[in-house]
Design a protein around this ligand. Sequence first.
Ligand code: LLP
Length: 423
Amino acid sequence: MLEFIKGTLHIGNVSATDLAKRFGTPLYIYDAEIIRRQIERVKRAFSALPFRPFYAMKANGALSVLDLMRGAGFGCDTVSPGEIFIARKAGFTPDNIWFTCSNVSDDDLRAIGDERIVINVNSMSEIDRILALDLRNPIALRVNTDIGAGHHADVVTAGGGVKFGIDLAEIESARMIAEDSGRKVVGLHAHIGSGIDDIGPLIESVRRLLDLSTDFPNLRWLNFGGGISVPYEPGKAEFPIDDYGAELTRIADRLLRARDLTAILEPGRYLVAESGTLLAQVTSRRISRGQWWIGVDTGFNHLVRPSKYGAYHHIVNATSGSPASLRQTFDLGAMAEDVVVAGNLCESGDVFTRDEHGKTLTRRIDRTKIGDLLAFCDAGAYGFSMASLYNARLLPPEVMVDGDDVRLIRERQTYEDLVKGMR
Ligand code: LLP
């Protein structure tokens, strides 16, 4: 949990200034207690169903995060051979891994490497190639249920104009191609988008998958995807996960039990977003045309969501801030100044306070001076995992805090790492 003790931000029981002294900035910090809290929320909400939770590791693929998920009995949803490799390193057994294809190559398919890993195919052509390569893995079909949702157009993954899923009109042919070759379609899957605030579209997509399931005699699983959001902004309500669980149970439980099927969900963001903080140091204060700009020692190379989607990440002064600055207890009237917060990359779009059209916004925060630490909150999902090497700035280290305990879980890159493998 984030809290202020004597003006300093604490993560778990550890002060942000101590963490910065010990590990430097920029720095990703994850709070294990929050990950465990979210794990329990998922388990509880769907406990009435025959249910198996998976974790979409694209949200955060740190081994220590995966370890928490595996320890809690989650399976792992992967989307590349690299993710499969990391999942195996983290101890997931092949029968606990799904591989969801997206325009995969033959090399990708061969690299899956173990025939117990479920291949969740995204198109008819992938089925053809799996057959041509004579892969024996269980096959699931990713269905475009025509219901899409998400916090930004770029993360809506069903409906028209998206690259994902086999259309409902094609699904019968897909089943026939697979089954005519002696394969069983053991799963149906729909993931409709990411950052979804209300259960309406999720439930509608579930209904379509349930309807479709009656045409598939060999199913073992129905995978309803991820997509559950978290409240990034002050005043925003928590996602009603218990309602989602209750409604899913109401519409699906009977059918699942009658056919001995297991429901799968594969959330990413919901499990890890709120656990993560990106800690950066203020390197400059600049006034331009009457507007204060705060510069920090990180950029969209480490947290791309504001630049890419105009996504909101709450920002607090971690060195000398107040409880009123925290998202959960935010009091706009108690904040001192309106500032733009910008990163250290050589690009004008490197701004943390933007809307989805790229327009620069201001944010009201506690007064901030050079050397203060700024915390970018709720950065545990699609933060480090989307980081890049732009401008040859080093990838930051990652730290896991658990109560009083602090563990370095990924080292800061070195300058030598930047040229490793280059000729
Ligand atoms: N399953 C599949 C097949 C997915 O493609 C995804 C996310 C998930 C599960 C997990 O979705 P979640 O529960 O995290 O919403 N970079 C974007 C999000 C992209 C999500 C891509 N797929 C962002 O930062 O908002």
